[in-house]
Design a protein around this ligand. Structure first.
Ligand SMILES: CC(C)(COP(=O)(O)OP(=O)(O)OC[C@H]1O[C@@H](n2cnc3c(N)ncnc32)[C@H](O)[C@@H]1OP(=O)(O)O)[C@@H](O)C(=O)NCCC(=O)NCCS
Length: 167
């Protein structure tokens, strides 16, 4: 691990995880083996990063998010508090023969608080997911989606401002 990484004493970070320069890991975070976290990230209170998860540079992962194996996050991604990622499309407690369905969150995207991301999709560059949405399909780049199931409602710019409505 780089020497200028801040890890709160209550965090549990595998010695086999990699965390880039300038990243901060806060209270009660768990980071599993072979996870790779880029530079300048903020991993907030109670976050769980599963084994072999890749997170890019300058990401903010807010309180209580679990990033499961199969989820990959690009650079400059914002993940709001209590966002739920998934990695098993058809979960059964008794099925030992399950497989991981991958999900990709592209550079610059933001996911609002408490959104649910059903696995197997890509959220495009600089897209925005409204708070509380349930995202079941790919999200185009520079697009705002909201609702359950999430629908595209506008094109947005890099800063997140609406450029056009889609109604
Ligand atoms: C998606 C978002 C960016 C939209 O902001 P906006 O463009 O200013 O939208 P407005 O507040 O003008 O609302 C426009 C319409 O969308 C609806 N809307 C706004 N946010 C919504 C949401 N999260 N889910 C469903 N509908 C939503 C509004 O009710 C309104 O509906 P109406 O036209 O029928 O009245 C914002 O509401 C949001 O969810 N931001 C994420 C906040 C967050 O989670 N931050 C995390 C860190 S704390």
């Amino acid at each position: 691990m780089s020497t200028d990484v801040f890890v709160h004493p209550s965090a549990n970070v595998s010695p086999h995880a990699s965390i880039g320069n300038g990243s901060k890991v806060w209270i009660n975070v768990q980071i599993r083996e072979n996870a790779i976290i880029g530079e300048g990230c903020i991993i907030s209170k109670d976050v769980y990063i599963d084994h072999a998860v890749k997170i890019g540079h300058r990401c903010k992962i807010q309180n209580s998010v679990s990033v499961y194996n199969g989820v990959e996050i690009g650079d400059d991604v914002f993940v709001g508090p209590n966002v739920s990622f998934t990695n098993d499309k058809v979960p059964r407690a008794f099925n030992a023969d399950w497989s991981i369905t991958p999900t990709y969150i592209s550079e610059g995207a933001s996911i609002g608080a408490n959104a649910t991301i059903v696995c197997g999709i890509t959220i495009g560059e600089y897209a925005m997911v409204a708070a509380g949405s349930v995202v079941t399909k790919d999200v185009e780049p520079y697009t705002l989606v909201m609702g359950n199931p999430a629908r595209a409602v506008a094109k947005i710019d890099r800063a997140g401002n609406r450029v056009t409505g889609e109604d």
